[in-house]
Design a binder for this molecule. Structure first.
Ligand code: ARG
Length: 452
């Protein structure tokens, strides 16, 4: 036995105190990480208790008392005063302990018909719904900024590249708008993750249901879920699967941001000089007095690349597990929970820095970009009846002979091209995706639960 002091009796303790070192290792980071789950754990308990009352497992006079205590704990949690005491394993045990301290036997009743396995499943889903709402809001803000900057700079041409070789005319309008449209697909994926998340696992208990006549539809409605995970074994299999699905969506947003960050880093380089960050948003060098580095976009890129490893982290933690609960699943929280704050700060700083970035309106004055107009000339010849392949050869010959002189005007009219960005359509697409998330319904359900 280790010398560490054994602290508080576990909710599952049966007279044999746990070895202190084993206890410390198995609790791991839960006392810290579970704090973000607390308000959701309490909301889940409120719904569960109301349901237990409806099936006569909690008496009429007990219900208001339990709800009252839970409300107090909820307010402690949202005001940051809730703590998980040393020796208490997790948020679920702490809440039950507080209820029991306040209400005696009444507090012990609330665990009828549930297990910490479906409790933590539920908490993670409620927590994730809230985070998805915040990520959606921040993505929408960045989207609007990108569309605004795209519209403002639709006539400012820059070179487009393939193989990082100067290729064809592009514009800041196209460039900003591309990242805006990329976010629409990312949010589409986030909405798919939202739909998978927004199903009630509560009532699956340890993963095999309960002999109490639980009313699972009732907790589904009280918590504002769109649906339920019906099969209790599948509900438990959702642990890890839900986190992984959300992780794929977060990673998609992150990949949009990291590509944008790379472009900005490249475009701020003196060899490009397309965009400029205000001096007070760059960082200096300890040795080279002239340096103004775009560290903010480099860190943005690194954070977003790290977030793209999240689905893989979760796959590795879960893919060799059979059905049923395993403690392995606890560790997913260590990578899943911090990812939201990391992505949120990336979305915020990206918007802040892009808002303040200035654009070089005269990039194409540099002769090294003259050849981007070659395709314009080929197309002009082709439009006048010269077969495309012959037109291509004529222009290629002029270039080889050093006789090519560009006429620097582009005439692109089709959908999504320089002259017709379709930003209104892209905005419509974004709005229709955002409308698919029914955040208000959930707010209404929570207000009802909290008003008892
Ligand atoms: N901290 C645990 C987790 O995150 C809570 C569930 C505990 N369940 C159990 N059977 N030990 O998974």
């Amino acid at each position: 036995m280790s010398k560490l002091k054994h602290n508080v009796e576990k909710i599952w303790e049966k007279g044999i105190p746990v070895d202190a070192l084993i206890e410390k290792f198995t609790i791991g980071k839960d006392r810290e990480l579970d704090l973000v789950l607390t308000p959701f754990d309490v909301l889940g308990s409120m719904a569960h208790v109301k349901m237990l009352h409806s099936i006569q497992l909690i008496d009429d006079d007990e219900l208001p008392e339990i709800l009252n205590e839970l409300t107090k704990i909820y307010h402690l949690a949202v005001s940051g005063q809730f703590q998980i005491e040393e020796g208490i394993e997790d948020v679920h045990s702490q809440v039950e302990l507080m209820l029991t301290r306040a209400l005696g036997d009444m507090g012990k009743k609330i665990h009828s018909g549930r297990s910490r396995n479906d409790q933590v499943l539920l908490d993670l889903k409620l927590y994730a719904r809230n985070e998805i709402k915040e990520i959606t809001g921040l993505s929408e803000k960045l989207f609007s900024l990108l569309i605004r900057r795209s519209n403002q700079s639709k006539d400012v041409l820059i070179p487009g590249y393939t193989h990082l070789q100067v290729a064809m005319p592009s514009s800041f309008g196209l460039w900003f708008g591309a990242y805006a449209e990329s976010l629409t697909d990312d949010l589409q994926l986030l909405n798919a993750a939202w739909k998978i998340t927004n199903q009630n696992p509560l009532g699956s208990a340890a993963g095999y249901g309960s002999s109490f006549p639980l009313n699972r539809q009732m907790t589904t409605d009280l918590l504002g879920f769109d649906n339920m995970n019906y099969n209790v074994v599948y509900a438990q299999m959702g642990r890890g699967k839900v986190e992984k699905t959300i992780a794929f969506a977060l990673s998609s947003i992150a990949s949009t941001l990291s590509k944008l960050a790379f472009d900005v880093c490249m475009f701020t380089s003196q060899n490009f000089g397309f965009v400029k960050l205000p001096d007070n948003m760059t960082t200096g060098s300890s040795i080279m007095p002239h340096k103004k580095n775009p560290d903010v976009f480099e860190l943005l890129r690194a954070h977003c690349n790290k977030i793209q490893a999240l689905p893989n982290d979760i796959v590795l933690m879960t893919n060799n597990l059979p059905s049923g609960y395993f403690r392995d699943l606890q560790i997913i929280k260590e990578v899943f929970i911090p990812a939201f704050d990391e992505l949120k700060s990336c979305l915020q700083i990206a918007a802040y820095a892009i808002e303040n970035m200035t654009l070089n309106e005269n990039v194409l004055d540099d002769k090294k970009y003259d050849l981007i107009f070659s395709v314009e000339d080929v197309n002009k010849l082709a439009s006048s009846g010269v077969p495309f392949r012959d037109a291509y050869k004529q222009v290629a010959r002029k270039i080889l002979d050093g006789e090519y002189v560009p006429q620097k005007n582009v005439h692109h009219t089709h959908e999504g091209s320089i002259g017709n960005l379709c930003n209104d359509m892209i905005t419509e697409k974004m709005n229709s995706i955002v409308d698919l998330f029914d955040f208000e319904k959930i707010d209404t359900c929570y207000s009802k639960l909290l008003s008892k």
